[in-house]
Design a protein around this ligand. Structure first.
Ligand SMILES: Cc1ncc(COP(=O)(O)O)c(C=O)c1O
Length: 406
């Protein structure tokens, strides 16, 4: 697919842009369209009640809004409502798997396999699991072009000790789109369970969880135009049914005795306590919005912006970008460094021009170590960005070089 400019022009749907900013930090969190804000506002104004419990009409209405959102989110992701669990964010979704599946199935001498390009939320839960259970955490390498090697995956799996493989779908630093269906299939053939961190993928491309075939797929609402406080875990039904709950409390039970309890059906078995109801409703609205644009259009738009950004940043002396050059395996994230200027200084000088970019380790310290840098600057996109934002970034970076006398 060649990069091409799309006619997507939806900035007016996002109230924040009244501030005139060039917001280029959607990999950290996306801006929210008016209809997400309004859906949450309307829920609190007109339909607020606790869900699953009340017999009165208002409670039923709140439940319908919340569960209706779950159904649409499930359909959007190619999954089903019963196996679509609402969590607080992707981090909690991955921890759910590490606790509820990992602590039952990973033991002394076993291995958990992740990659060097993971976000901390797909590293630390496995470090904690492995140190508690006497297991070993291993990492697949990232090549100079920012890619994983399926041959290395095969070699590690062939040793026969890997119980679980967890891989990011789209890297938040390199933008790499990993071949997750291949990885899940190979893990499965080797008798390992697979987890995919789809935090950066679900917001920007069509994702069909069933087609990918992983055992678990985690993502987070706030990067997909939805609110903070809501994430999603899609799981394979047999596994979810056989797992014990993650957290105990109200809503996740069928009955409670003095000594023991029985647990609710899926998905509520994994949703202890009062849910993030307004956030669920907001995520439903975000998904409706994305669905209307069409995820192929979203992907084409991000691809065009990535291409244009690589082109414009290529004009700047002393600037180096990270990640694959092939746009077929690259999402809407461009990490870079400029010789002689610390990324934090770059971000601050950009901010003076109303250009919001990220600087730091992007919650991927092991990857930074592997890339041989303490930090990078990063521009990332969503549907509301356009070429003018990228032009503003390029001008701000040129100005930053002048400030430093470069
Ligand atoms: C690839 C990736 N995984 C996981 C996360 C964690 O998301 P959250 O903080 O919403 O749990 C992020 C957020 O930056 C991310 O980019």
């Amino acid at each position: 697919m060649a990069p091409f400019a799309t006619s997507l022009d939806v900035r007016a749907d996002f109230p924040l842009f009244d501030r005139g900013l060039a917001y280029l930090d959607s990999a950290a969190t996306s801006q929210k369209p008016r209809e997400v804000i309004e859906a949450m506002d309307s829920y609190y104004r007109c339909s607020n009640a606790n869900v699953h419990r009340g017999v009165y009409k208002l409670a039923q209405e709140a439940t319908d809004l919340f569960e209706g959102a779950r159904e649409r989110v499930a359909r959007f992701a190619g999954s089903e409502a019963a196996t679509t669990i609402f969590t607080r964010n992707a981090t909690e979704a991955i921890n759910l798997v590490a606790y509820a599946w990992g602590r039952e199935h990973v033991g002394e001498g076993d291995e958990v396999l992740i990659t060097q390009m993971e976000h901390h939320s797909n590293i630390v839960p496995w470090q904690m699991l492995c140190s508690e259970r006497g297991a070993r955490l291993r990492y697949l390498h990232v090549s100079d072009e920012g890619l994983l090697s399926l041959e290395e995956l095969d070699e590690v799996l062939a040793e026969g000790r890997v119980k679980l493989v967890s891989v990011v779908h789209v890297s938040n630093v390199l933008g790499t789109v990993n071949p997750v269906a291949e990885i899940a299939a190979r893990a499965r053939a080797a008798g390992a369970v697979s987890v995919i961190d789809g935090s950066q993928a679900m917001p920007q491309m069509a994702v069909d969880v069933a087609e990918i075939g992983a055992d678990f797929y985690a993502w987070t609402g706030h990067k997909a135009l939805g609110p903070t406080g809501i994430g999603v875990l899609h799981g394979r039904r047999e596994l979810l049914e056989s797992m014990r709950p993650f957290l105990g409390g109200g809503d996740m039970i069928a009955s409670v005795g003095f000594d023991s309890s029985t647990y609710n059906e899926l998905p509520w078995k994994f949703e202890a306590g009062t849910s993030a109801i307004a956030e669920g409703v907001g995520l439903g609205a975000a998904i409706d919005y994305l669905d209307r644009i069409g995820m192929d259009t979203v992907r084409a738009h991000e691809r065009d912006l990535t291409h244009y950004t690589l082109e414009r940043l290529g004009e700047i002396d002393g600037l180096r970008t990270f990640g694959p050059g092939d746009l077929d395996v690259r999402g809407g994230v461009v990490s870079f460094e400029v010789d002689g200027i610390h990324p934090h200084d770059l971000a601050e000088l950009c901010d003076r021009e109303g250009v919001c970019i990220r600087a730091g380790h992007h919650c991927a310290q092991p990857l930074m170590r592997e890339l041989g840098v303490p930090a990078t600057a990063r521009a990332s996109f969503h549907v509301y960005n356009n070429h003018e934002d990228v032009d503003r970034l390029a001008e701000a970076l040129k100005g930053a070089r002048e400030v430093f006398g470069l």
